[in-house]
Write a protein that binds this ligand. Sequence first.
Ligand code: KG4
Ligand code: ZN
Length: 353
Amino acid sequence: MRVLGIETSCDETAAAVVTETGQVLSDVVKSQIALHAPYGGVVPEIASRDHARAVVPVIREALAGAGMGPDDVDGVAVTVRPGLLGALLVGLSAAKGLAWSTGKPLVGVDHLVGHLLAVFLQRGAEPGAVPEYPFVALLASGGHTALYRVDGPSIGAIRELGATRDDAAGEAFDKVAKLLGLGYPGGPVVDRLAAGGHAERAREALPRPMAGKTSLEFSFSGVKSAVARHVAGLGRPPEGEALADLCAAFQSTVVETLVEKTARAAREEGLTRVVLAGGVAANRGLRARMGEVCKKRGLSLFVPPIASCTDNAAMIAYVGAQRLVSGEVDGMDLSPSTKTALPRITKKGGGPR
Ligand code: KG4
Ligand code: ZN
């Protein structure tokens, strides 16, 4: 089965062709980062307009890359939630048009399920290591940060164990980068600067977020505010070594919490397999520290390649293929939503517990 996936939930226009076993036949991602960078974050109207311009060429490129025409696909999968409504509508309209004109089945996909199952994508000739179900997954991106227990590839088999009560981890990286005058998106820049800094030299400036022993929930607004206070105290962002040290301290604070809670979730669920997902999984500090801690605690860690962690349509096509294999299909009344379909247990905006 070869499924075309379409993704337009935020600031990437993406299309890909993937088989039900996860083999990636093509994968096209057109980023809008340069368009949003002057504003320091994603501007929804600019996102929708650029998706509208890009979606057809990106789909064409993905089909051509797989050596296929629209009639050769076995189904059309599209992100329908969560995301920016206008942005989602662009991909959904394109998917409906294609499915209608070719008579192929249409399936809607939850973007978060896409991230959680991206570990199953096979991008090279060599088969990559994939986990067996069930596993614990840490999903950390610009819009979401949560721990899940994943028992299978469908929504009903995925349970949230704890999520952030305020900012997502990637959002915290982006906001801190903005405070430090480092541009947008901040994650990669902070990651790079942190590699040359010494966390312990700036540690006292920052609290440990949600250090509570039992909760699997996260909170990153405190550490972000601490960076803001630190910068305000200095009168301007630090430079040189001091900047690298502050980036290192911020990153290690965030990474420690993510790693600690992921390992605790695995222990509480009695699971030994851990999966990383989402754009923040590109962070070198997180990858390294998660590796160390998992090794020490006898956990098997599965980290997808970076192209599978950041937003892409291959993960959407893969989840769509799983739905089609199970006999599920959506109708032309399929509509987008800003909210995930995964059950949520964390109270947003409640502050640290
Ligand atoms: O998954 P993703 O591509 O898009 C969303 O669904 O949000 O994640 C983007 C987020 C951004 O906040 C970006 O700053 C962060 O992932 N990110 C990183 C790194 N690379 C991307 N954060 C920390 N370190 C990185 N190397
Ligand atoms: Zn995402």
